[in-house]
Design a protein. Sequence first.
Length: 574
Amino acid sequence: MKFEQLPNEILIECFQYLNAPDIFYSFDRLNDQFYILIRNIHLHLNFEQVKKPLFEEFCQTIRINPEIKRNIIYLKLSNIDLRGQIESFFSLFALNEFINLRSLSFIGEFNYRSEQEEEQVSSMLTLLPNLYRFYAPEWRLKAQAISKSKIQVLTLANYRPTSIYGTSSVTSLRINVCTVPELLTILNYTSMLKYIKIDMFNDDNMQDDNNVDYKSDFSKICAVYLKQLHLAHSWISFERLEVLLKCIPNLKIFSIWTTNADDMIDADQWQHLIKSSLPRLRVFNFTFDYYNSESYDNMLIKLSAFQTDFWHQHNWYINYVIDDGRALVYTVPYIPTYYILTSTMKKYNSSPTNVLNEFDNVKSLALFVGAIRDDSSWYFRNVQSLSLESNRVHCDEDDEDDEYELKIEHLKKMVNLSNIVELEITKRSVIKSELLFEILKQMPNISSLILKKQITSSFYTNHELCELLSKKIKMFDYCNPYYYQYNCPYYYQYNKIQDIDWFCKTFSNVEELHCDIDNVDDVLLILTKCSKLSIINIKCASEPVFTWFELHARTFNVYINYELKYNGSGVEID
């Protein structure tokens, strides 16, 4: 049976897994049956990874066929890399035209040109009666817009409800930055919350400008519906965290990740808090990271208290690492998605055998050369981004390269290289082109290369490496690391591609490029030869090139983000 002969019910079931532009591109002109069908089904419209020509084409399709708007139930727009996709969309459509939207997502900031425009965007949310989920992690909207909507799943940069807008219907909340007083306000006026996740949680001294004691105010709150609380990048004392947790009697899942967590490293106080105030707690995940001048033996004694029967009885297995005055204690699996593994780390496991899923959450790994060894206690099976770091400030090229060569088999045992999609070579990592070729061969899904060092002549002459780069690499980031100069803060710069002809041949399939360009001819050559480019981030070395981009950037079918590298005095711009 051919695909078009399938019953409509099955076709509709298949289409719900596809993006709306792909559906229309593939089926709109196939026959009358599909023409009618795709205009009468629920559509998921995700523009996040859509290239500029297809974005513009589908927007035109919607304008020609306005009935499509009523079928869109999921909409995601992206402003990452300053592409202005959100602004472009709003210049064509008003949100309240998509009356049946259930989920709305905005990735990246929206560049408000006026307070009135911000107010208009906020007010549109109240005109979407079916909107259930709103995701905008970098947006700051007024609480009034949320309180008057029916949104239940909410993600924002911050959220400050007040009593004058009534009780919010939100049951699941994720916010980027929040202080303890702000969380108190949220618990006061969003009483139906079941889930809270805060990406950066600050203590703020538990007092406001009027010296109000939030300890007593928290005692008046009883968040009986709240079942899950997740606090990442937290700066809060145990004493104040204890006050907060005592007002959440039905908490079942709690996770916290803190740095400089000296007073958190006390197993007895945690045991007492859990027994006395958190009787329903079933899942407890934490990562406590701190630097201390204590002796190695004293640190061991302090940390070993997290591996007693109390923790094992709850099936909370806890490992800890000591590394040159730094201690890291965490539940398994490790919570953060980023991990740095140095050559001096020593790990202590809570169980006789290693837990296979210990680092399953880790997606980005910075791996120092000396840490690549035959050590079964470290295994990262879900890492997607790998950064190879040097152990030394100054190193001999041959020695360092030999060190990598000797340990490439160990690297394969420590990291599941089949999941790597992004490889970063840091400035001091000395890897010859032959060795880079061997490493990339072990990564079947590699598509991104971040090079924080100058391309050497060996790259140009290694034909096997060039062929592999041409075939595999879709994103090339040619950059310098942050560095310090003239007592100014750290800043960032791109490297200039020296041999444009070689680059265009070697990276002919690149879709995203980050680099430094100092003349228009090089720009035009790259745009001509690298026909698959969809995003390009450039720092212009001169004002004429910058001016040229201002005049012509929007005429290309490529999202172009350009900045001026130097100011009028010849000083590099931060």
